[in-house]
Ligand binder design. Sequence first.
Ligand SMILES: [Zn+2]
Ligand SMILES: [Zn+2]
Length: 350
Amino acid sequence: MSETYKAIEVTKPGEFSLANKPLRDPGPGQVRIRVEACGVCHSDAATVDGLFPIEWPRVPGHEVVGKIDALGSGVQGWTVGQRVGVGFLAGSCGYCEFCRNGDLVNCKNQEYTGIHDDGGYAEVMIAKASGLVSIPDDLSSADAAPLLCAGITTFSALRNCPAKASDLVAVLGIGGLGHLAVQYARHMGFEVVAIARGNNTAELAKKLGAHHYIDSAAADPAAALQALGGAKVILITASGGKTVAATFKGLRPGGVSIALGVGPEPIDVTSMDLIFASRKVEGALTGTPAIGDATLRFSALSGVSAMIETVPLDQAAAAYAKMMSGKARFRMVLVTKNGAGQGAAEVRQI
Ligand SMILES: [Zn+2]
Ligand SMILES: [Zn+2]
């Protein structure tokens, strides 16, 4: 009798279903993971809504933490029993032009977890060893899960940005990404400005470590940033192009707006505003496995954590719906029977 495991599949756009899938061995270069926790990310919509060409059924989920229970042939550097994470980028090929030049994020043969291959809404997942991230012992699996996408994305953008300690760094949007970005920015030594609509998140933003809060509904955020001296970096965690444009003139000369939220809306910025203060707009796509290791290590060292709500794996559809409705505060995390009983930390005071 062959062993099976539970997985939550999307069988066609918008439809979740519980499946019992046969356990299979990892192929060359792959590991098999007993999943303990998996975060629910807005980008899971790419699977659930079928935004990419997808072979149905497909298991979503790219914020996966679990223990390796089998190694495929040729896998080196990882051991059975080790706790690992898998993010959105499923693993680089090692031989394409970009890999050969050290740019693993833009590997031409990179697949996306939960889109090209089954992801972590399951008790078991097969993953490429080249995409794995190490999980520090002092982070629970549920706490570590959201750091594999929301964490890496914000940490990587801030770690690679041109701001230095004491520079003014603004985080636009205090949601799943933004509430982590504010904490990272504070712990990296920046003067941190949180920008959001309304005053509901002002207190939370301060608690997360923001020195200043700008209510973009009450004040022109670009003028408010200039009143503080102008931002060296604005991290845009919201997805609208208009939000990038509305804050752009809040950059000091040589500053950069970094877009992290994906959306179809164009960014309407004049060449005048680009050229006359040597400003830049750029995008950043998650990060390499090494940046993933650093994200988790830094989070454990500094006490940065996501505010999470954990639910059992079989409530994946409800957790996904809550995340999509914008009601999650701020990340939903699915916990399997392998990860049950693990406590999740409260958000920590700065
Ligand atoms: Zn994600
Ligand atoms: Zn490659």
